[in-house]
Design a protein around this ligand. Structure first.
Ligand code: GTP
Ligand code: MG
Ligand code: ZN
Length: 308
């Protein structure tokens, strides 16, 4: 029978069968997919073939995985050489950022959008906890909103506490399969609860806590929205480790840069200090935002370090 993976703990799975039944499942043997050495061969969103295990009531054995439309891959925090497939067969990827309790850096946001570009998954950015923003954070939000909407990413301000912005976010999620990521404590599970209270997912207060190391959600899990579409809740992450992106191709994943790279004098231009660089020219003329360029340089440096 065919089924879709709704939860993966790495050692067991929950799949939904075509008849809509949720059952526990395991895998047999070693799966190698697309030549990727992954710490989790099967991810949430995967379409699989499974059989009911003989002698076992309501446990299925997964024996095949169907080709993926796409997936999001991340560097395993523990082993830089290991990849971790976060989810597969996505329509879009949604980042929850916050400017207070906890604070999401622009570098983190840029690593997120670079990853989405590299995997051809449309990205959306939501700033949550607007109720906590004072002038400083509101100004920062206005600046970030301009940067990211200018290059074509939807940006929405939301507060689950004040109940604001939720319909705008839901408009973008209806009938789509969406991966939801962000630091721990930004309100991912709270959002799903706010829209679909019957799920009552576990959430946890972050006040008085630095936020680091606190992970309320421990495994990625997908849920069906009652009005169509699906959302994948994920454990919060500290860093967005990039995988499989070379220094040379990094600028292809910066939307405002990729459209200019053919105008650089050298076709192997890294846009650092080469003569006749169209990116540097655009930067000087204010057509590329300086913070985005700084993220580009920072990510470029990090690729250098990790490739050895
Ligand atoms: N002030 C304020 N607090 C919020 C808002 N949204 C969520 N929170 C609180 O933030 C805390 C963390 O929320 P969670 O939903 O557990 O965060 P999470 O992103 O799922 O965290 P992990 O599962 O650890 O990745 C909870 O105490 C929520 O009540 C908001 O809009 N404003
Ligand atoms: Mg959570
Ligand atoms: Zn250049």
């Amino acid at each position: 029978m065919k089924a879709i993976v709704y939860k993966s703990t790495g050692s067991w799975y929950v799949v939904k069968t075509e008849s809509g039944e949720m059952i526990n499942a395991r895998i047999k043997g070693v799966f190698r997919i697309d030549d990727i050495t992954s710490t989790n061969p099967i991810a949430v969103g995967d379409e699989v073939e499974a059989d009911m295990e003989s002698g076992q009531e309501s446990v299925a054995m997964i024996h095949n995985i169907l080709p993926r439309r796409n997936y999001i891959n991340r560097q395993s925090p523990a082993h830089k050489m290991h990849h971790h497939i976060v989810a597969a067969n996505l329509d879009q990827s949604l980042l929850f950022a916050t400017l207070k309790d906890p604070k999401t850096s622009q570098g983190f946001i840029d690593r997120f959008v670079v990853t989405c570009e590299a995997y051809h998954v449309p990205a959306i950015i939501v700033f949550n906890k607007a109720d906590l923003y004072r002038k400083k954070e509101r100004d920062k939000f206005a600046e970030l909103k301009e940067i990211y909407t200018d290059i074509g990413y939807p940006v929405i301000l939301m507060s689950l506490k004040d109940n604001s912005g939720i319909p705008e976010v839901m408009n973008l999620l209806k009938d789509k399969t969406t991966l939801l990521s962000g630091h721990s404590g930004v309100g991912k599970s709270s959002f799903i609860n706010a829209v679909f209270p019957a799920l009552s997912l576990k959430t946890q207060d972050v006040s008085g806590w630095s936020g680091k190391g606190l992970h309320t959600t421990t495994f990625a899990e997908m849920f069906d929205w009652p009005f169509g579409g699906r959302i994948i809740d994920t454990p919060g992450m500290r860093e967005f480790g990039l995988v499989d992106i070379s220094r040379q191709e990094l600028s292809h994943y910066f939307r405002e840069m990729v459209k200019l790279i053919n105008e650089c004098q050298f076709n192997n231009c890294m846009h650092i200090n080469e003569p006749g660089c169209a990116i540097k020219k655009a930067l000087e003329e204010g057509r590329i935002h300086v913070e985005r360029y700084i993220s580009y340089c920072t990510i470029l440096d990090s690729i250098n370090e990790h490739s050895y």
